[in-house]
Design a protein around this ligand. Structure first.
Ligand code: H79
Length: 582
């Protein structure tokens, strides 16, 4: 088998990536002996992600190993798992062959610490899964923790059993377990779609290269994710649950949780709603990424019912609207529209409408001629289209006659057939619902050329917020195109920290043209920030009202006037919004 796959020839990168670019949506499966404690150790609930329990509770290897004897997933049924993925419209499955705890979930010949040799279950579930995937036409892929292995004295991560890092010989671990196990997972289960390495922190470039070469050696067309280390890999991996605020060029993927853990936790019921999941899927794909959504099966081998139900609802939506997701490309707008998201295909633009306005849908900025428009839920019925151009403010407007009621209560997709490649006004546009959304990620940072210490410079944070407002000399500004003159409330959205902490009291100033409004930030309502894990929210403060008499380009500037210090005191600016005042 090994020899046979080794003789495969390597295809071009585009050919190797083709299935993955078409897929857009995959299932992550975190399954291991951590599902036995399921988040509870010696009667205590252990905070954090479930598969980290050994680390968080500092469980000695000798004690953690005993969990294997209690791991007997008699309800495991590979066909059922694959059916759940397929029903969800997921095209690939990435399962943990070995997570940081070091336990192999397949039959490993080079370590007895594996599901066949160390549990009463004795079956190799990966073998069963490989067969089920093949039958169903789903790509099987493996997660493999290459750097951390808390079971091995020479690998990274376990400092409670082996505190002395100087005694660790990572190359020895690689030669004796890491690389041989990667060979096993690539030679024992047929063709593998991709190897998903993780947490490459402090791995050396040469070590990363060996892990990557090991994959291509046995399966030249297998992909490698972006976490092998040192930017080596076939595509970029965003942080866990991290969604970029706007389109990101190139191939990328967001791994994400359905609740707040990867490995099963008995008491985590914080499931995202079907609406959240669909908005996340649409949002990620419209920015050019793949969505790898996790399930954490129990120690009995069952994917929790709340997961299966939600996934089925997503799959039902995809049956109608999948054309706008699979094989599609990113939105041509350099920012989020808010009320809708866009995906594209050659000569086609898909408008995923999240807030249905009723009767008429208006889209600003599309320059192409639209030759045909229809709902994916009702393809045969052409929608009437009108297009206008306002020369005075250089604004293209598209109007569609649509049913008063949305065909789908979460997201209804309209296909627009267009002449030529999609061409959009790149200016930041007011949206037809009146909202002006000025995301921090595309604002212009202004700081004094001199006088600021490096540590006082503003930074763009992981979730799109501009962070590190440690001084009052810096500002953030935008230009936007206003379509509708009128009165607007100025709302500041700032982010909590990862614990949901947020400090009130920063005094800020927002200037719109020649008008300025000022105020202190106070919590007037929170919304989950969908670009970040569940614990992050955006906190809204209305700080004033401005009156804009003229359509066209306007400038907005945000500047802090007095900053409060304290825990969670540092301001993280997510966006400024202008909302039509009644
Ligand atoms: O496999 C999943 C995670 O286990 C893995 N990546 C996804 C796909 C991952 N490994 N490390 N991390 C994620 C970062 C871990 C951060 C934390 Fe913690 C673990 C926060 C809370 C628990 C370590 C322990 C840092 C703080 C406490």
């Amino acid at each position: 088998m090994a020899a046979k796959t080794a003789r495969q020839t390597r295809k071009s990168k585009n050919e190797r990536m083709a299935w993955w670019r078409e897929a857009r949506f995959g299932m992550f499966i975190h399954w291991g002996i951590y599902a036995v404690p399921a988040g509870v150790w010696k009667g205590n609930r252990i905070a954090g992600i479930g598969e980290w329990i050994m680390n968080r509770a500092k469980i000695p290897v000798g004690e953690y190993e005993k969990l294997a004897r209690k791991f007997n997933p008699v309800k495991f049924n590979a066909d059922e798992w694959v059916r759940a993925a397929k029903n969800a419209g997921m095209k690939y499955i990435v399962i943990t062959s070995k997570h940081h705890d070091g336990f192999a979930m397949y039959h490993s010949k080079c370590s007895k610490y594996n599901i066949v040799d160390a549990t009463p279950f004795k079956r190799d579930p990966i073998k069963e899964l490989a067969r089920a995937c093949k039958k169903a036409g789903v790509r099987l892929c493996f997660y493999y923790s290459q750097k951390q292995d808390w079971h091995e004295p020479d690998a990274s991560g376990n400092r409670w059993d082996w505190p002395d890092d100087s005694k660790k010989n990572f190359d020895r671990y690689m030669d004796e377990k890491g690389l041989p196990q990667v060979r096993e997972i690539l030679t024992q289960y047929g063709p593998i779609g991709l190897i998903w390495y993780d947490t490459p922190q402090d791995i050396k470039p040469a070590q990363t290269r060996r892990f990557v070469k090991q994959v291509y050696k046995y399966q030249p067309n297998c992909l490698v994710d972006g976490r092998a280390g040192h930017n080596i890999g076939d595509y970029r991996s965003m942080g866990d649950n991290q969604i970029p605020p706007a389109v990101v060029k190139g191939d990328w993927e967001t791994p994400a949780t359905l609740n707040d853990t990867w490995g099963f936790k008995s008491y985590d019921h914080n499931w995202k709603s079907v609406g959240d999941l669909l908005r996340l899927l649409i949002g990620i794909v419209s920015k050019g990424g793949n969505y790898l959504l996790n399930v954490g099966p129990t120690a009995k081998g069952v994917i929790p019912a709340p997961s299966v139900q939600r996934l089925a609802a997503v799959g039902k939506w995809l049956k109608v609207n999948g054309e706008a997701i699979y094989g599609s490309k990113a939105s041509p707008y350099p920012y989020e529209l808010g009320w809708a998201a866009i995906t594209t295909k050659p000569s086609k633009l898909y408008l995923h409408v999240l807030d249905w306005p009723g009767k008429e849908i208006v889209l600003y900025g599309l320059k192409n001629k639209v030759t045909k428009a229809y709902l994916l839920a009702d393809r045969k019925k052409a929608l009437s289209v009108t297009q206008e151009y306002d020369k005075a403010i250089n604004l293209h407007t598209l109007r569609l006659r649509v049913p008063a009621k949305a065909p789908d209560k979460i997201a209804s997709v309209i296909a627009l057939e267009i002449k030529g490649a999609a061409s959009m006004d790149q200016a930041l546009l007011q949206q037809p619902n009146g909202a002006v959304i000025l995301g921090s990620y595309n604002g212009q940072i202004r700081e004094p050329a001199k006088g600021l210490k490096p540590r006082d410079r503003l930074v763009r944070g992981r979730f799109g917020a501009v962070e590190n407002w440690t001084n009052t000399k810096a500002s953030l500004s935008w230009e936007f195109k206003l379509a509708k003159p009128g009165a607007y409330n100025v709302v500041v959205l700032s982010s909590t920290d990862r614990e949901g902490q947020w400090l009130a009291g920063h005094r800020v100033k927002v200037t719109v043209g020649r008008q300025a409004v000022k105020g202190a930030l106070k919590d007037q309502g929170r919304t989950w920030n969908p670009k970040a894990p569940t614990s992050y929210s955006d906190v809204a403060t209305k700080i004033g009202r401005v009156s804009l008499a003229k359509a066209g380009i306007h400038t907005v500037t945000f500047k802090p006037e007095k900053l409060v210090r304290g825990k969670a005191g540092e301001l993280k600016l997510s966006s400024i919004r202008l909302v039509p005042a009644q």
